[in-house]
Design a binder for this molecule. Structure first.
Ligand SMILES: *Cc1c(COP(=O)(O)O)cnc(C)c1O
Length: 364
């Protein structure tokens, strides 16, 4: 078997070995068709089965009603920063943004190109970092806003909403790139949710959009068709050539998630993983330190630091020697970030925590 490391990369991130091995097995001859899935037409019935199965898995795992549409689009989550206001911010209306991190800020900035955009709350510190998400009472919501945009998990800052804001009758739009399907969420509360697949779901190259059908139908038509949700919806995400291989790998991964008990089971595992890591931090307050407020701690991206940047760098280097990669914090924040998305196992986190305890002892 390949010599694989324990991969805590923030995205693209670890994938289940079984999904990769299936792709390897099927790469040259997909289901007896004599060609690779990479070579199949996106309009042919062999690829179509994969496409339809992927959308069906997402519907089932998210618990969607018939009122919701699933779209598989290119351009990543960043393209959604633009597509959301292009489609759903009508001329003369305003949109509310809650700024809780680097990606939320980018979403806000993109919307400003399209129309009136307000900050309903920000938790930015004087030093440009974010230690928490806001409480409901801190939100200054415009009751006439076209929508409210939030980022459920701040991948770089290591903060997460454990309960998403209540926006009343104003549709809630959620960038769920780094925590979609990590825990049970009630999708009937959302107007639109989007996520780049490469963190918590599957490979890069495809973004998942889930939205209320009736709202998409009201979308603006004064924008190019390629950016219109309603066109992609009408063609079931085959408006143009789909990212077929990314969707195929996403299908491979999601089918494992379903077989292993779906979101309820993965949520339990994810909470145990996060408890192991925060346990490490909390039991060694002299050695590990996190700026993130306790109620805002992310279960996907625990972020912490050591006494000095030199010691952070030493831990990153020695971890790599020991087979744990991807633990360096984002440059905006420094320190360490251990991304423990869906496909990281409890066993892998336990191994890392054991190693980190020894590192702390050696360097106390
Ligand atoms: C990674 C990330 C993005 C950007 O995703 P791309 O697919 O690279 O555009 C946006 N939002 C969040 C929360 C992310 O973690």
């Amino acid at each position: 078997m390949a010599n694989r490391v324990i991969n805590f990369n923030p995205g693209p991130a670890a994938l289940p070995l079984e999904a990769l091995e299936r792709a390897q097995r099927e790469l040259l001859d997909f289901e007896g068709t004599g060609m690779s899935i990479l070579e199949h037409s996106h309009r042919g019935k062999d690829y179509e089965r994969v496409h339809v199965e992927t959308i069906g898995l997402l519907r089932e795992l998210c618990g969607l009603s018939d009122d919701y549409q699933v779209l598989l689009l290119q351009g990543g989550a960043s393209q959604q920063f633009a597509m959301v206001p292009m489609n759903l911010l009508p001329v003369g209306r305003s949109a509310d943004y809650v700024v809780t991190g680097a990606f939320a800020k980018k979403a806000y900035a993109e919307s400003q190109f399209i129309g009136k955009t307000r900050i309903a709350a920000t938790t930015e510190d004087a030093d440009g970092t974010f230690r928490r998400v806001p409480k409901q009472h801190e939100l200054q919501l415009d009751p006439n806003a076209a929508y409210v945009h939030v980022c459920s998990n701040n991948t770089i800052m290591g903060t997460e909403y454990h309960v998403l804001p209540d926006t009343g009758s104003v549709p809630l739009v959620v960038d769920m790139s780094s925590d979609i399907l990590s825990q049970k969420r009630d999708f009937s509360r959302f107007g639109l949710v989007y996520a780049g697949a490469q963190k918590n779901l599957g490979p890069s190259g495809v973004a998942v959009v889930i939205a209320r059908k009736a709202w998409l139908a009201e979308g603006r038509e004064d924008i190019p068709k390629i950016f219109r949700y309603k066109e992609h919806a009408k063609e079931n995400s085959l408006f143009n050539t789909a990212p077929t291989f990314s969707i195929y790998l996403l299908r491979n991964a999601l089918s494992i998630l379903k077989r292993e008990g779906g979101v309820d089971a993965i949520e339990q595992r994810n909470r145990k993983k996060a408890a192991l890591l925060y346990g490490l931090v909390d039991e060694n307050p002299e050695f590990f330190y996190t700026k993130v407020e306790r109620e805002s701690r992310s279960i996907m991206n625990p972020v912490f630091r050591l006494r000095t940047p030199e010691l952070d760098a030493k831990m990153v280097a020695e971890a790599k020697e020991a087979g744990f990669v991807g633990i360096k914090g984002h440059k905006l924040v420094g320190g360490l970030r251990i991304s423990i998305y869906n496909w990281i196992t409890e066993e892998q986190v336990a191994q890392f925590v054991e190693w980190a305890r020894q590192f702390a002892r050696r360097n106390a």
